[in-house]
Write a protein that binds this ligand. Structure first.
Ligand SMILES: Nc1ncnc2c1ncn2[C@@H]1O[C@H](COP(=O)(O)OP(=O)(O)OP(=O)(O)O)[C@@H](O)[C@H]1O
Ligand SMILES: [Mg+2]
Length: 452
């Protein structure tokens, strides 16, 4: 049953409205002042407040504002015998939903309530809808409504429960670490630790003791036993980031650990059993590394039981604005800024940009733009130059609407020649080599395009 709180200093009105509303199926409470209404609202939690504009102390309009600041979201309807447009406007400004002039007919009050109720239902449905959409577009800590990311979410969900090794492949900044964390957080090992190691950042010799630990006295600096990261991650997940950087001798050792489920700390003579789920990530194409002899084939197959590819951002442009808005909101929360979004021109630029640094690049450039921006919307001027100048020529040409091959070819040739001349500091012989055209052809084109 919907609850209505009536606040009026006239007893008659309280009686009339009380009976009328009860008959119409509402649960009603009545109070004689705005102050009383405020206290009662906290326990009664009304859906609607019908408040007279003039009561002894605080006015109905002030009541309306006070309810808002206390986070009460009851819909307020103001009643007044001193009907004036100005008053009605003041009431609306304070957040009242409607205004009823006294004396009123019964139907007028009921109608106002019904209208408010409809709006209330709509608002609730909208909220539920928005939440459903948000849920669909996010997964663990990741956002993505593109088909490509939705596929990633489904795979992660499916394999998180198994403790097979997983290889995550993707360009830099595509969210490989987030995927690894999601696998951990949704898996059976979530209570134990998630231990990330960047194999590229630690020199080979050190990496071995980092991973497997060492015994006291194993080498000069080994003054005490040291637990390795495999042991730290026991029962949980070890995330081997940049696995492609792992030196060959360590690759052999890692393979042994994966096959046998035991580690041997440096300088130790005994093996220790560990139960660790290994998730590895790489920006490199490991199959290519295997062909080139830089990565062991047997380790590759052992890691590649399951492969998840983190798609580059330029292949899922549906996610760009979604992520941008998410990062704006996060910046606002962190920096106390009040940026509301992106203007249409900035949106267009972001959608055309190729994002070589993927999500991380987007994250950084939004942060920079939020700090730089002076308005409530981020504009083109707040974006770095590389984004404002479309580098993706194909996208730029398609956006221009020009379909003539002849004209667009000239455009591309001109850009390439400029670039080559820039690079060779105007040396035409060298430039022609870079362009793979004859020296004569280059001279002709320079003249034709009016370059010098
Ligand atoms: N789908 C996503 N939703 C929200 N944030 C994301 C998403 N993907 C990546 N990010 C954010 O982008 C940044 C880069 O992600 P992450 O570190 O996981 O990428 P990576 O592939 O490991 O990059 P690198 O190869 O450079 O180590 C992080 O700050 C991460 O929070
Ligand atoms: Mg990473």
């Amino acid at each position: 049953m919907r609850r209505v709180l009536v606040a009026d200093d006239e007893e008659n009105i309280r009686l009339v409205l009380g009976t009328l509303l009860k008959k119409a199926g509402y649960e009603v409470e009545t109070v004689a002042s705005a102050e009383e209404a405020l206290t009662r609202a906290t326990t009664f939690d009304p859906d609607f407040v019908l408040a007279d504009v003039r009561m002894g102390g605080m006015t109905g309009i002030e009541l309306c504002a006070a309810l808002r600041t206390r986070g009460q979201d009851a819909t307020v309807i103001i009643m007044s015998a001193y009907g004036s447009l100005e008053l009605a406007l003041d009431a609306m400004k304070a957040g009242a939903y409607d205004y009823v002039a006294k004396p009123f007919k019964r139907d007028e009050v009921l109608l106002a309530l019904r209208k408010a109720e409809e709006r209330e239902t709509l608002r609730r449905e909208n909220k539920a809808l928005r939440e459903a959409v948000r849920e669909q577009q996010s997964f663990a800590q990741m956002l993505g409504k593109s088909a490509a990311m939705q596929r990633v979410f489904r795979v992660v969900e499916k394999v998180a429960g198994y403790d097979t090794t997983v290889l995550i492949q993707g360009e830099s900044g595509t969210g490989k670490e987030l995927i690894a964390r999601a696998l951990h957080d949704l898996g059976a090992q979530r209570a134990a630790r998630f231990v990330p190691v960047n194999c590229g950042a630690i020199p080979g010799t050190l990496l071995e003791t980092e991973l497997f630990g060492h015994k006291k006295g194993a080498f000069t600096d080994a003054r005490a036993d040291k637990r390795g990261l495999f042991e730290e991650a026991d029962g949980g997940t070890l995330f081997l980031d940049e696995i492609g950087e792992l030196p060959l001798p360590l690759q052999v050792k890692l393979l042994r650990v994966l096959q046998e489920g035991t580690i041997r700390p440096v300088g130790d003579t005994r093996d220790k059993e560990v139960k660790v789920r290994v998730v590895a990530a790489t920006v490199r194409d490991l199959e290519h590394e295997v062909r080139e002899g830089r990565f062991r084939e047997d380790l590759f197959y052992r890691l590649n039981v399951l492969q998840i590819v983190a798609p580059p951002l330029r292949e899922r442009s549906e996610d760009i604005l979604l992520l941008a808005e998410h990062f704006i909101a996060r910046c606002n929360a962190r920096l106390g800024t009040d940026v509301r979004g992106l203007d249409p021109a900035a949106k267009k630029r972001l959608l055309q940009y190729s994002f070589p640094g993927n999500v991380r690049e987007l994250e950084n450039l939004i942060e920079r733009a939020v700090v730089l921006s002076e308005g409530q919307l981020l504009g083109e001027a707040d974006l770095p130059e590389r984004v404002r100048e479309p580098t993706d020529m194909v996208a730029a040409i398609l956006a221009s609407g020009e379909l003539s091959i002849k004209k667009t070819q000239r455009f591309i040739e001109e850009a390439l020649i400029r670039k080559a001349l820039e690079k060779t500091e105007g040396n035409r012989t060298q430039a022609s080599k870079l362009l793979e055209i004859s020296h004569r052809a280059l001279l002709y084109k320079i003249k034709d395009y009016g370059l010098s």
